[in-house]
Design a protein around this ligand. Sequence first.
Ligand code: IPM
Ligand code: MG
Length: 366
Amino acid sequence: MTEKYKITLLPGDGIGPEIMAVTVEVLQLIGKQFELQFDFQSALIGGAAIEATREPLPEETLAICRQSDAVLLAAIGGYKWDNLPRQQRPETGLLGLRAGLGLFANLRPATILPQLVDASSLKPEVVEGVDLMVVRELTGGIYFGLPKGIFTTETGEKRGVNTMAYTEGEIDRIAKVGFETAQKRGGKLCSVDKANVLDVSGLWRDRLTLMASAYPDVELSHLYVDNAAMQLVRAPKQFDTIVTGNLFGDILSDVAAMLTGSIGMLPSASLGASGPGVFEPVHGSAPDIAGEDKANPLAMILSAAMMLRYGLNQPKASESIEQAILQVLQLGYRTGDIMSPGMTQLGCRAMGETLLKVIASQESNC
Ligand code: IPM
Ligand code: MG
């Protein structure tokens, strides 16, 4: 029987619409092969929404997302909107979406594909075999803590304030995702904090340590964030699953991304306790190459694969996309960001078409 899914598409800004168009074609073909019917509905977010409605996250967009089974988001932001007041910036729309859907858990895998070892700026022996997952808390910490803002002191000087705060409940629920993710992977969980300086991190470390007894099959370790950043580029293979707060996770997931050669390859999943998840590439809107058919659509397509696996419980369809991507790379096709000598460089659309051909041939092989 055909499964039907309502998918909200948020193409956003910059290269967003280009990579989304390619991804939708891939999903349509996969849908035919696996008897999945996708009912796609597009909505506005980020700069595109600001242009149309003056708001980065129109209420209608949030309502459409809430009624869907999963949300695919491409990228938001661009130079044009960088100087707007914070409330009207594209990034505020993205944070509003995360908060509005209660997406407190952000899964960011960084896996080195054997075909792309040379694309990394680190030595092959350092990165070969890296396969780690950053579990980032996404709706708390310094991104959302109060008080925040720019205030004027008694002496008339301006003072910028953000607050890093976590309640026990917020820590416990992301810790649970961390432990459970580690259980499904290599059984090692590294919690990253700054407990040598920050009180909020002291509480974070205490809760993680307390919860560890409920997961005897997981080996828990702790690292300070500065050391974690260093270890990630020094010896990344020591990591299996990392769990950390919002800001540290933002930074460390970019570091982890670069181990793999290009941030253009990395997907992410943002999940809540219930309701639809949001699946988006880790990279941004790349306004410098927007509209030039140069973008790498693979992180977006891998995000669609994560949607199938984590959001719609269709692991076979997910794997089929992942396998096809490996095969396209094996055949020597690359976009500019992961190009290396001897390979064939393709634009965004051509990469999509090549992938579609491989997926179509996978079907005739089964
Ligand atoms: C990310 C991005 C966002 C964040 C920005 C665009 C608000 O850097 O998803 O990592 O900081 O969370
Ligand atoms: Mg980031």
